[in-house]
Write a protein of this length. Structure first.
Length: 475
């Protein structure tokens, strides 16, 4: 059954278009959305407006329980795109560079290019533009003035200089194509037009930078919401009995103008930040809509697999935290949609998926062998039978913390360089989905903890303690 969808798609394609080669593999459109947590209508969010991603979900299998490997941009992507796990010393920060840290692994773009695909990276796919660059036929990113924060209001831009960043948000009366993500959408549409009649299958990867900070979006997306839609963040809501190591000072947000250096942000500011995050999501959703519309218009949909992911979760004040960078579910849980021509549509699976599974899934779906260096597994069986991976687990890492997630539990161990235990957390998602009470010391859970710990230690990755560290990754 492995190539079931492929065969259906080929049969369908051959019937529809007799002039096409029957053995041309499926195309792949990968849409990466920076810092997008599952604040998406299709994930059950009642407030956000994401009609285009919701529509894609109606034509996809939605992974309700997908987890990133590392909750920061560069490390998450280096892991995902090479299907290799983080280790004690690898994939630590946003500066992670896969070709230096896992030089023996074959990245997905390299593998698909070697197997006849035309490969394009638009925008932010690998965090570092030079990472695995030889694996792209076209490696495009707008770098016009070097300021990726891309303010359109002059006062905001003037506040952004040196170490001081501008405001954490911007509501600008501009057209959708003024910001960089709008230009990214135009480039991607142009690519699709050119790829349509190519004799080669394509791997087109498009990476939006919103809703990453700063929350800059055209005014009309801010105007989809009212301030009164948002409640002030519950920043005082620290989980009971959680170790200090589980928290951080939300440093990424504090780099921005107008954000206090210590303590909670004001209720008013927390509402504005939530408003901005939602506006930036809706803006990105609209841009994604234009790309999917073009795919339909060009009649490429029935020959193209679509994979959409956010690179990790995000805190909007939950647990007193902003940004990502921790082991709570709010940072590790991220969206994943996979749409396969002829496959299941509008299905939400509770099977657990790890982001290192995305690459093996894609190459499996297009009929290629999974490379030996990939540590993930194909999710194709779950795409056929959504209950197939119910007993799966996910392992994620942030700094000293290693977390295993099962259907019921999220268990974290913080460890030293010598692998000594520092502290632990256990949350029961059946009774405590918001992770409000660390129950790791309660006697009735000790056998569960023993089991989770041994599974996590056995599966945290080969060469976990490879004695390697690069300066640029030091914190
Ligand atoms: Ca990110």
């Amino acid at each position: 059954m492995k190539y079931y969808y492929l065969l259906i798609a080929f049969a369908f394609y051959a019937c529809q278009n007799e002039s096409s080669s029957e053995d041309k593999p499926l195309n792949i459109l990968m849409i990466a959305v920076d810092d997008l947590r599952p604040t998406i209508g299709a994930y059950g969010d009642p407030l956000v407006k994401t009609p285009n991603i919701d529509h894609l979900a109606s034509e996809s299998v939605l992974f309700a329980k997908a987890f990133c490997s590392v909750p920061t941009c560069g490390a998450s992507r280096a892991s995902l795109l090479t299907s290799t796990r983080p280790t004690r010393y690898r994939f630590l920060t946003h500066k992670a560079i896969s070709q230096e840290q896992v030089p023996d692994a074959i990245a997905i773009n390299e593998y698909l290019k070697a197997n006849g695909y035309h490969t394009i990276s638009n925008g932010k796919i690998f965090h570092n533009l030079n990472d695995r660059a030889a694996g792209w036929d076209d490696n495009w990113r707008l770098q016009s003035d070097g300021n990726w924060r891309d303010y359109q209001i002059p006062e905001n831009d003037s506040l952004d200089s040196g170490d001081q960043r501008g405001p954490a948000y911007e509501r600008a009366e501009v057209h959708d194509t003024v910001y960089r993500d709008g230009k990214l959408m135009l480039k991607t549409i142009k690519d699709l037009e050119q790829l349509k009649d190519s004799g080669q299958p394509f791997f087109l990867a498009t990476g939006f930078v919103k809703p990453h900070l700063p929350f800059n979006a055209p005014a009309k997306y801010w105007d989809l919401y009212d301030r009164s839609d948002f409640e002030p963040s519950r920043q005082e809501f620290w989980p009971a009995n959680a170790p200090r190591k589980a928290f951080h000072n939300s440093g990424e947000l504090r780099n921005y103008h107008g954000i206090p250096q210590e303590g909670f942000v004001s209720d008013s500011l927390s509402v504005t930040l939530q408003h901005g995050y939602h506006a930036a999501i809706s803006y990105t959703d609209a841009l994604i809509g234009h790309i999917l519309e073009k795919l339909d218009e060009l009649d490429l949909r029935k020959t193209t697999i679509i994979v959409l992911w956010g690179d990790h979760g995000w805190q909007l004040g939950e647990h007193g935290l902003w940004n990502k960078h921790c082991n709570f579910n709010t940072s590790l849980h991220a969206p994943l949609l996979i749409s396969v021509p002829g496959g299941l549509q509008g299905v939400k699976t509770q099977s657990i998926a790890e982001f290192i599974d995305i690459y093996p899934t894609i190459v499996d779906l297009v009929g290629l062998k999974i490379p030996r260096t990939a540590e993930g597994k194909s999710l194709a069986p779950i795409l056929e039978n959504p209950d197939q991976g119910a007993e799966n687990f996910a392992i994620s890492k942030w700094q000293d913390g290693l977390t295993i997630r099962t259907q019921q539990y999220a268990y974290t161990e913080f460890r030293t360089d010598e692998d000594s235990l520092i502290s632990r957390m256990l949350y029961d998602h059946n009774t405590d989905p918001e992770e409000s009470d660390n129950i790791v010391d309660e006697p009735q859970y000790q056998s569960v903890i023993d089991s989770l710990s041994s599974i996590m230690m056995a599966n945290r990755g080969k060469d976990y303690f490879t004695n390697w560290k690069m300066d640029s990754e030091e914190i």
